[in-house]
Design a binder for this molecule. Structure first.
Ligand SMILES: [Zn+2]
Length: 395
């Protein structure tokens, strides 16, 4: 199991230590799915009696339940398995894209309980105000079980304030989004850009024991192309929190103009926008979105298939640069690349093998996100859960 890092501000007082240990045990039960007290004691270094006391407290709060282990027929006390009560605490995830605003209420395991979708409008304040109504409704449903609200925005987001400094795909500049989304609600808000949150979701909800997601790059292809870069288990933010804009690295110097003002950016050739343009230019149905084009390709539509293959080649080209620069153990893809992975896998790997020597390529895994087109919404939920389980509020 991956170790848990608890973040605190300043020295720990008595109640903070108690809270930190409680979070540690709660996290181990969440991740352990049926873990026993003895195992918790062994893995955490807490004494057996301390674990028992903490488990009692968690059960009293309705956060954890205990059930007999199936099929045990040995002598002595029957062992029990501990599990979280998923709906005992809830998180709200908000995803703002150029197309729509989605608000989801999810449980501790990330399952969506209820969802509201608002169509995007030109005026950011009106759009965010409509999304706020969804947040308010779901906050009322969650009531005292609500841990907080996580917000995913496609663009450059100022960490301290949540101000959207630039979101070219939304045509937003300096939009103070969080106060409008909060609208007087008395709950904790947290935010980040969509690619970082997609990376966080992939790692947070990956319950496998492997360490493969300590160094990886999540490539979001929805509404542009962004990356969330995880190095040694931490998201790379950069000096002014703008890191990860690989979508705007130049792939073709004299190429197509990009929304960022430059030319020939990777985003213009490998994003959903690029796929859509290629399909439409080849005479494809302009009403189909990127996921529909992936489905049409799988169903044998020649135009859709060719658009997918061409986009996959350029996707692979950009990945060459990322692999050479960051030495990741994994690249995770969402949107059409996840939906159409069966088709484009061979093309992407052909480009990688052609251009990257084995020495650099061995050990790199490329695979579709477990959350497919909903990766950043899952990330907004993961942000709230991550904070709850790993931050201690203190004395
Ligand atoms: Zn660009």
């Amino acid at each position: 199991m991956r170790p848990v890092t608890i973040t605190t501000q300043g020295a720990l007082g008595k109640s903070s230590i108690r809270e930190a240990n409680e979070r540690l045990v709660h996290t181990m039960i969440l991740r352990g799915r049926g873990i026993g007290r003895k195992q918790i004691s062994r893995q955490s270094g807490l004494s057996a009696s301390a674990v028992t006391m903490i488990v009692e407290r968690l059960m009293k709060q309705g956060l954890v339940r205990e059930e007999p282990v199936e099929g045990h027929s040995g002598l002595g006390r029957r062992p029990t398995a501990l599990r979280v009560v998923p709906e005992s605490r809830l998180a709200i995830g908000v995803e703002i894209t150029p197309f729509e605003g989605t608000v989801a209420l999810a449980d501790l395991e990330g399952h969506i309980v209820e969802q509201r979708v608002t169509e995007a409008s030109q005026d950011p304040v009106r759009f965010l105000g409509a999304v706020h109504e969804g947040v308010r409704e779901l906050a009322t449903v969650a009531a005292e079980r609500l841990l907080g609200v996580g917000v995913s925005i496609t663009g450059v987001v100022e960490p301290g304030t949540g101000r959207v400094l630039a979101a070219p795909n939304l045509h937003w500049h300096n939009v103070d989004a969080i106060p409008v989304l909060r609208g007087g609600l008395n709950t904790r808000f947290a935010w980040d850009n969509n690619s970082n949150l997609s990376a966080l979701a992939e790692r947070w909800f990956d319950l496998s024991a492997s360490k493969r997601l300590d160094n990886f790059v999540f490539v979001t292809l929805r509404s542009g192309l962004g990356t969330g870069v995880m190095v040694d288990g931490r998201l790379v933010q950069g000096a002014t929190h703008r890191a990860g804009e690989f979508g705007h690295m130049v792939l073709y110097p004299d190429g197509r103009p990009c929304v960022c003002g430059n030319r020939g950016c990777w985003e213009e050739y490998a994003s959903d926008r690029a796929l859509y343009r290629r399909y439409r230019d080849a005479g494809g149905d302009p009403k189909l979105g990127s996921l529909d084009i992936a489905s049409a390709a799988a169903a044998g539509d020649r135009r859709a298939g060719e658009a997918m293959d061409e986009t996959a080649r350029d996707l692979g080209l950009g990945l060459v640069n990322i692999i050479m620069g960051l030495n990741p153990s994994a690249i995770v893809l969402d949107d059409f690349a996840a939906a159409g992975w069966a088709r484009i896998r061979a093309t992407v790997w052909d480009v990688l093998r052609e251009r990257v020597r084995d020495y650099w390529l061995s050990g790199v895994d490329v695979f579709p996100s477990a959350h497919a087109a909903h990766s950043s919404l899952a990330g907004a939920v993961a942000l709230v859960l991550h904070r709850y389980f790993t931050h201690v509020t203190g004395d």
